[in-house]
Structure formats: C-alpha cells, structure tokens
Design a protein. Structure first.
Length: 251
C-alpha cells in the first residue's frame, strides 16, 4: 500500500505553501476551522529560533551557532481555549512576538541555514503522524509532507503582497514606508527561493492558485473545493466572521 493510500485511513494532511504575503496563514487557518483540522505554521518554528537568537545576541551569520541553538531549543505548537494556535519557546508563549519587525528582518537568514532546517524537520513531521492537519510554510509539499493529501501553492504579484504587508504593519501600529516593505519582501523572496536546502518552490503535484486581486473568502472557497474533491471529506462549514476579517499572513 502506498503512503498516500495509508494516509487516507487517517484524517487528511493539507499542505499550503507560498511566498510572504500570498495568504497562506489566512487560508490555512480558515480551512482548518472549516474541516475541523489542526492548524500548524512551520514558519513559527523558524521565527521562534530567530527570536531566541536575537534575545541571546547569537551571531546571525554563524550557521554553526544557529544550528546549535535550534538543536537545543524546545518549541511547542499548541492550541488555547479558543482553538487558536500558540507557539511556546522553551515553555514561554511567544506567539505575539513572532511577527515583530525585528524577527521579520532576520527570519529568512535563520531559515536558510541547512542545520537549522534539519534540526526542526523531524519536529514538524511529528505533528503530522496522526493526520488531521493543515500545515503552511514554504517547503511543506516538497519536504515536510511530500505525501500530503492536498498540496496548494499560493502566489500573488509582488505589489499585491507588499500592499498586504503594509496593511498588516499599520494594523499593528508599525509605521513603515512602501519602499522599505517592498525591499524586504523582495529580499525574502530571493533568500527563500535561492537557499541551498528546501528552496521555495511548488511541488510537482501542487495546485497553484494566484490570489492577486482576490478576497480571502474567494481563495478560501477555491481551496475548500479542492479539499472536498481530493479527500471526499464532508462539505465545509461557512467561513467564520473572524476568518472573513483576516488578511494575508506575514509568514
């Protein structure tokens, strides 16, 4: 029996990949809620390591130091009483600190280190053992969950993704300019797509969806139809009002 055939005896694993600002987290969270699945963002693993590196003043140019840090760091993904995903760094809930400008500025540098990715890979895969997961990131369909039941790769134009990131920054009360955000997104695209290990790219069997000009609800509905078609799971429930208000994610 193939791995995918075995996987169908469990609840599905859904992989959603794409670059910064393409809408991964917004879509993944909504799909998880609609189908009663668990949501996991692998980006939070790398952000947690980046946050710890900043706190300890670890040399961000030292692959050896970052690898050692990742190996010695305890990262737990759990859900709170409201069902929201929370990230614990060595037992401390750091979820709200993971999207800070400081972490944003260095997370791709941390995530590009092969030793860091290797140190975190088994932990990410362990969350998939029982199925029933929607996982988003940049290498889910290609590396973390190559046998996922559904593979989605979200894209959007650079201008669209910059617009979303600007809106997010302002919602958080961060003052920034279009040029700085555009440079940051383009820089991250370059690092993510050119890194030596697990570069950002769609899996050969992924469905590519362009979210440019679409509302989150339109993209969520499109992905939901693909999930129903691929897994035979029951028809999804309506998108919650909270999901309707969300916009593209920062990871």
């Amino acid at each position: 029996m193939s791995n995918k055939a075995k996987a169908r005896t469990k609840r599905p694993v859904i992989a959603i990949d794409g670059p910064a600002g393409a809408g991964k987290s917004t879509v993944a969270k909504a799909i998880a809620s609609m189908f009663g699945l668990r949501y996991v963002s692998t980006g939070h693993f790398y952000r947690a390591v980046a946050l710890k590196a900043l706190r300890l003043r670890v040399d961000l140019t030292s692959a050896e130091s970052l690898t050692a840090l990742a190996r010695s760091t305890d990262i737990t993904i759990c859900q709170d009483a409201q069902g929201d995903s929370r990230t614990l760094l060595d037992g401390e809930d750091v979820t709200d600190s993971l999207t800070s400008p400081e972490v944003d500025a260095c997370v791709s540098e941390v995530a590009r280190v092969p030793g860091v990715r290797l140190a975190l890979l088994d932990r990410q895969r362990s969350l998939l053992c029982e199925g029933g997961v929607v996982m988003d990131g940049r290498d889910i369909g290609t590396v973390v969950a190559p046998d996922a039941d559904v593979k989605i790769f979200l894209v959007a134009t650079l201008e669209e993704r910059v617009r979303r990131r600007l809106a997010q920054a302002r919602e958080r009360g961060c003052e920034t300019c279009h040029g700085a955000v555009a440079d940051g997104v383009a820089h991250r695209d370059r690092i993510d797509s050119e890194r030596e290990v697990a570069p950002l790219r769609p899996a050969p069997d992924a469905v590519i969806i362009d979210t440019t000009g679409k509302t989150p609800e339109e993209t969520i509905a499109e992905v939901a139809r693909l999930v129903v078609c691929a897994t035979g799971d029951r028809a999804p429930t309506p998108v919650s009002s909270r999901a309707e208000g969300e916009r593209a994610c920062s990871t």
